[in-house]
Design a protein around this ligand. Structure first.
Ligand SMILES: [Fe+2]
Length: 160
């Protein structure tokens, strides 16, 4: 942790908890996509890398969140069993979402939860903790792009 960093750009109230929630959310989402990718056979026409790329994106988000937590002298929970609760998402149970439509519609729900969470994080850090604020903006725009991509795929499913 950087002492000066914390002194001059330290967290606002609740930021650490929000980052911990973000980490749990990203790791839950990572595992969801990863698991779907393993059992994606028959899940339809998506190009073969869609699920693994989505998993990697979530992992990259988790890394950025973990780095910021570290800079603030905090750590994410190391227990995967806690992610369901800390994330607020519950257990995503990817094995239950075996059709393409179902898998994507469910993913849309947690992408939207992530958007709302990063939006809240941006609002609560704006003008105070600039580094976390910029991280929140970076992540909210990434999640918004993911939401759009999934919506576009679901729209195509309507037509075909
Ligand atoms: Fe993410």
């Amino acid at each position: 942790m950087g002492k000066k960093n914390i002194e001059i750009a330290g967290p606002s109230d609740g930021t650490i908890e929000m980052l911990k929630k973000a980490y749990a959310l990203e790791m839950s989402a990572f595992h969801y996509w990863f698991y779907i990718d393993q059992y994606a056979e028959g899940l339809g026409f998506l190009h073969s890398d869609f699920y693994s790329e989505s998993a990697n994106d979530e992992l990259e988000h988790a890394k950025k969140v973990a780095l910021r937590l570290d800079q603030l002298g905090a750590k994410a929970t190391d227990n995967p069993q806690d992610w369901a609760e800390v994330s607020g998402l519950g257990n995503l149970e990817p094995g239950k979402h075996v059709t393409l439509r179902n898998a994507l519609e469910y993913a849309l729900e947690f992408e939207r939860t992530a958007i709302a969470h990063y939006n809240e994080l941006a609002s609560s850090t704006q003008g105070k903790d600039h580094i976390t604020y910029h991280l929140a903006l970076d992540l909210v725009s990434d999640e918004a792009k993911d939401e759009q991509d999934i919506e576009d795929i679901l729209d195509k499913l309507e037509i075909s």
